[in-house]
Design a protein around this ligand. Structure first.
Ligand SMILES: NC(=O)c1ccc[n+]([C@@H]2O[C@H](COP(=O)([O-])OP(=O)(O)OC[C@H]3O[C@@H](n4cnc5c(N)ncnc54)[C@H](O)[C@@H]3O)[C@@H](O)[C@H]2O)c1
Length: 313
C-alpha cells in the first residue's frame, strides 16, 4: 500500500503500533487512541513525519471529521481482554460494540474504501472440531467474544445494506515485540519471557499440554494490508494453521534465553479451552500465506524483550 491516507484506531496498542510502523513508511497515518491500554512509547521509535495522533475515545471523537479523505480504516481500538470484559460487560459493549458501530457509520458517511475489523478466535468458543474453519458456528463464551461477534455482524450489515466494503479478521494468539507482559491478564509469551528476565519461575496453568495457534504480529500486519487491498469482504481466520503446546513454548523460550528453569504448575484457569487451531485456507484467498518460522519469530520477540529490559534497568 502506498500514498494512501489511513486511520488506525488503537494505533498505540500492541498490534496497532506494528500496523502504524509498516503503514507509515509510505502512507499518511492517523492514529485514534485513548491510551487506555496503549502507550505513546510504542511509536516513539518511528519517524513521526507521516503520523498524526488524535488522543481520545472513539466514542467521543468526531469520526466523520477525522475520516475525511481517509482511504482505509484499520479498527483495532477495543477493550481487548476476556477477564476485563467479565468484570465490566457494559464498558466492553460500549467500547467494542458501540465504538465499532460508530467507526462503521462514520466510514460509510465519508466514503472510506474499506474497514478492517480486528476480531478474534474467541468467537468460536469451546469448539472441538479442529482445525476451525470460518463455517463453524459462532458460540461466544464471554462478553468480549459477544462484542466481537456483534462487531463482525455489523461489518457484514454495513457491507450488505450500505455497500461499505468490510473485512473482519479473526486473530488467533498473536505474539511479538511490544506485547504487554505486565498486566494481570498478559498473554503467555511475554509473561514467560518477562518472568525469566526478572529471575522468577514462569507459571504454567494446568499440565501445559494445552495447544494454541500462534501468529506473529508482523504477519498480522501483512494480513491487514492484504485484506484492505483485496476485493473480498467477510470473515477470515488469521493464524499460522499450526499448534504448539504451552510446555513446548516454555522449552523453546528457555533454550533461546539460555536458562535452565523449571516452571511452576498452577491449577488450570476456569473456562480456558484446551486446544485451538485454525483452518487457514480461506485467508489464502486474501493473498495471505502464513509462514512457519515460529522459532525465528520467538527469537526476535525474545531479543526485543531482552533489549528492552536492559534499557529500563
Ligand atoms: N493480541 C491478541 O492476541 C489478539 C487476539 C485477537 C484479537 N485481538 C484484537 O486486536 C486488537 C488489538 O489488540 P492488542 O492486543 O493490540 O490490544 P491493546 O490493548 O494493546 O490495543 C488496543 C488499543 O486500543 C486503545 N483503545 C481501547 N479503547 C479505546 C477507545 N475507547 N478509544 C480509543 N482507543 C481505545 C488502547 O489504548 C490500545 O492502544 C483488539 O481489537 C483485540 O480485541 C487481539
Amino acid at each position: 500500500m502506498r500514498q494512501k491516507k489511513v486511520a488506525v484506531t488503537g494505533g498505540l496498542g500492541f498490534i496497532g503500533s506494528h500496523l502504524v510502523e509498516e503503514l507509515s513508511r509510505e502512507n499518511q497515518v492517523l492514529i485514534i487512541d485513548d491510551e487506555s491500554s496503549g502507550h505513546v512509547e510504542n511509536i516513539e521509535h518511528l519517524s513521526l513525519d507521516n503520523i498524526s495522533l488524535d488522543r481520545g475515545d472513539i466514542n467521543d471523537a468526531d469520526l466523520v471529521d477525522l475520516f475525511q479523505e481517509v482511504d482505509y480504516v484499520f479498527h483495532h481500538a477495543a477493550l481487548a481482554s476476556v477477564p476485563l470484559s467479565v468484570e465490566n460487560p457494559l464498558l466492553c459493549n460500549e467500547v467494542n460494540v458501540t465504538g465499532t458501530l460508530k467507526v462503521l457509520d462514520a466510514a460509510r458517511q465519508t466514503g472510506v474504501k474499506k474497514v478492517v475489523l480486528a476480531s478474534t478466535s474467541a468467537v468460536y468458543g469451546d469448539n472441538h472440531n479442529l482445525p476451525l474453519s470460518e463455517k463453524e458456528p459462532v458460540n461466544p463464551k464471554s462478553p468480549y467474544a459477544v462484542s466481537k461477534a456483534a462487531g463482525e455482524l455489523y461489518c457484514r450489515i454495513f457491507s450488505e445494506v450500505y455497500g461499505l466494503p468490510t473485512v473482519a479478521l479473526r486473530y488467533f494468539n498473536v505474539f511479538g515485540p511490544r506485547q504487554d507482559p505486565n498486566s494481570q491478564y498478559a498473554a503467555v509469551i511475554p509473561k514467560f519471557i518477562e518472568s525469566i528476565l526478572i529471575g522468577k519461575q514462569p507459571v504454567i496453568y494446568g499440565d501445559g499440554e494445552q495447544t494454541r495457534d500462534f501468529i506473529y504480529v508482523k504477519e498480522v500486519v501483512e494480513a491487514n494490508i492484504k485484506s484492505a487491498e483485496s476485493d473480498l469482504t467477510g470473515v477470515f481466520n488469521i493464524a499460522s494453521g499450526q499448534r504448539h503446546t504451552v510446555n513446548e513454548l516454555f522449552q523453546i523460550i528457555t533454550q533461546l534465553m539460555g536458562e535452565e528453569l523449571e516452571p511452576v504448575h498452577a491449577d488450570p484457569r476456569p473456562g480456558e479451552i484446551k486446544h485451538s487451531l485454525a483452518d487457514v485456507e480461506l485467508s489464502k484467498s486474501l493473498g495471505f500465506h502464513p509462514k512457519t518460522n515460529f522459532k525465528d519469530n520467538l527469537g526476535e520477540t525474545v531479543r526485543f524483550f531482552v533489549e528492552d529490559h536492559k534499557l529500563k534497568a
